[in-house]
Ligand binder design. Structure first.
Ligand SMILES: Cc1cc2nc3c(=O)[nH]c(=O)nc-3n(C[C@H](O)[C@H](O)[C@H](O)COP(=O)(O)OP(=O)(O)OC[C@H]3O[C@@H](n4cnc5c(N)ncnc54)[C@H](O)[C@@H]3O)c2cc1C
Ligand code: SF4
Length: 536
């Protein structure tokens, strides 16, 4: 039985912890752990909240209207609602600066995935080819995660690119718009496959379509973005609750981990913690340390540990993220239709653009517009407000958005390091990212293909509305302390064990040696389970 100290409570950390708890180990989980507010009006749909709440404006737009997106704000189509702000608040000790990279970190109980959109897409054998592990090592771990979190989906054309695993629940009921798109695809399937090299199918979602464990099936209240009031939509804090049922588990929130102290034997000897409610820094003795604080925070802890030990400041190269491009469209067949607000809010359709090199597969998610705060869309319309509202009413049911994702690879030009600013305390985390030389061409090529696919679905992209999100915006960070079979400095073994510090393990995206286009979190969770099963 090992005493394991885990940093973080995001998807990687909680699934690692649950697996080692099941094996009889002891776990202390150290976390900043900002926690979510209680559910509001759990029985009400999104539109009912507007009339049913005592102060709907405060709930939907914030006490000081902080969720309003004002005219002139470039790019994004929605902002984070006030109920999710806790996910993104960070302690003042965490300082970050970046060039070419727009980063986001979470210090919440459950991490970033308390605000995620629940897309769960397994990597296939090609996408794992630069990992020192085979797909066969991951398959049972994907199944185990599916059993724990509940995943809805279907065996359809996408299965060729997204391997199936056990415990796939049936799909959610489709909204009218998603149904229309899939119907058109079915009719012209050969054309899509042969001429457009495109496959379309049902999204795989961490949302349960039937009662699962002690959670209730989705009841289509259309409030996913504000936080599912009945936990049909999976968040990692649910797995944390499961961990808390073990006597051998202790969760300690309110703690910011600065670094670990390195002993004479080169092992991590103490975890250095700033209690958020006290001034003094504490040193906790550690036996085995598992870092699951998210790629950026885990990298910062390792860097700061080396800096505090002997003043060395290194660069962790290979920082990766998926380039995301948002492509809004109008489905001509649905102009003038009514929309149903009591629908699942996030994406229900996914499609892939097949490439000669399977690693270059482009992963696209289609979100159709149902219940939403629509002001950011209305004030983008190039007309006066009255006409914009008139137009929007007639277009609402026909609007959708493709979120296109490109793969990334580790390059020496992109890195995470520390900047010492002479101030007392921890150094500032510094990030730098430069796209590949052919980046713009890649985007244009993929964009042309997406527009062609949309045209064949009878959808048009309004001119000037495509948004290339800044690097970092997809929040699929990876690659700074990669898995490697060779014992090289600043890498970890295939089982996540640091090649620099023998009793330190890394279970989050920092250890990924490549980044396929698909959303990363399903693989983060499965990989954390794999490490727990094989390394402990
Ligand atoms: C809006 C949004 C939508 C997304 N949608 C999807 C999606 O559809 N599909 C998908 O696959 N992914 C999605 N993601 C990404 C997903 O949320 C992340 O990939 C995932 O949460 C990363 O998990 P993690 O466990 O590595 O770290 P994190 O989620 O970042 O968790 C980090 C944890 O470590 C703790 N921590 C950090 N630093 C310290 C410290 N110094 N001391 C103590 N504790 C610390 C934090 O409190 C937190 O608990 C989305 C993210 C966002 C924000
Ligand atoms: S539609 Fe979203 S908010 Fe409503 S029950 Fe389903 S998952 Fe929860």
């Amino acid at each position: 039985m090992t005493h394991i100290t885990v940093v973080g409570s995001g998807p990687s950390a909680v699934h690692f912890s649950l697996s080692v708890l099941k094996k009889g180990h002891h776990v202390v989980m150290v976390d900043v752990g900002e926690s979510k507010p209680g559910p509001v009006g759990p029985e009400q749909s999104f539109n009912q909240l507007k009339t049913g709440l005592q102060d709907p404006v405060e709930y939907l737009l914030g006490r000081s209207y902080e969720a309003v997106i004002y005219p002139g704000t470039a790019g994004e189509y929605y902002g984070f609602p006030p109920s999710k702000r806790y996910v993104f608040s960070s302690p003042s000790v965490y300082r970050v600066e970046s060039t070419g990279f727009s980063s986001l970190a979470s210090f919440a109980r459950g991490g970033l995935a308390e605000a995620w959109t629940g897309g769960v897409y397994p990597f296939n054998e090609y996408e794992l080819r630069d990992f020192p592990i085979a797909y066969s090592h991951m398959r049972s771990c994907y199944s185990e995660i599916a059993r724990r979190i509940g995943i809805s989906g279907l065996r359809d054309d996408l299965a060729e690119f997204m391997p199936l695993h056990d415990h796939l629940l049936g799909p959610l009921d489709l909204d009218e718009h998603s149904e229309d798109l899939l119907r058109k695809y079915e009719r012209k399937k050969n054309l899509f496959r042969r001429r457009l090299n495109c496959v379309i199918g049902r999204a795989r979602l961490a949302t349960i379509s039937q009662d699962w464990a002690d959670r209730k099936a989705c009841t289509y209240r259309g409030r996913c973005l504000w936080g599912c009031p009945q936990d049909s939509f999976y968040t990692p804090s649910l797995t944390l609750e499961e961990c808390e049922r073990y006597e051998s588990f202790r969760y300690v929130p309110g703690c910011y981990v600065s670094h670990f102290r390195i002993g004479k034997d080169g092992r991590a000897s103490h975890l250095m913690i700033d209690r958020l409610d006290a001034k003094e820094r504490e040193a906790w003795e550690i036996d085995t340390l598992v870092l699951g604080a998210g790629t950026l925070s885990t990298s910062r802890i390792v860097l700061e540990s080396m800096r505090q030990h002997d003043g060395t400041v290194v660069k962790l190269t290979g920082l990766m993220d998926n380039q995301q491009i948002l492509v809004p469209f109008v489905n001509l067949d649905l102009v003038g239709h009514a929309y149903d607000d009591e629908r699942y809010q996030y994406h229900q359709v996914a499609f892939g653009l097949i490439a000669d090199d399977p690693f270059d597969y482009v992963h696209c998610l289609i979100t159709t517009l149902k219940s939403a705060l629509v002001h950011p869309l209305i004030h983008r319309t190039p007309s006066d407000m009255r006409f914009a509202i008139f137009l929007f009413k007639h277009l609402h049911a026909a609007l959708g958005l493709v979120n296109m994702n490109l793969s990334d690879d580790r390059r020496g030009t992109n890195y995470v390091t520390l900047r010492e600013d002479g101030a007392k305390g921890d150094a500032t985390l510094a990030l730098h990212y430069e796209p590949r030389a052919n980046h713009a061409t890649r985007i244009q090529h993929a964009l042309r293909r997406v527009k062609r696919v949309l045209r064949h679905l009878k959808c048009v992209v309004p001119p000037g509305q495509v948004h290339v999100r800044p690097m970092g915006a997809s929040i699929h960070y990876a690659g700074t302390l990669p898995m490697s079979r060779e014992r090289r400095p600043l890498t970890v073994s295939p089982n996540g064990q640091s090649h620099d510090f023998e009793n330190v393990y890394i279970v989050d995206g920092a250890s990924f040696p490549a980044l396929p286009a698909k959303n990363i979190t399903f693989t983060l969770m499965a990989n954390a389970v794999r490490i727990a099963e094989s390394g402990f």
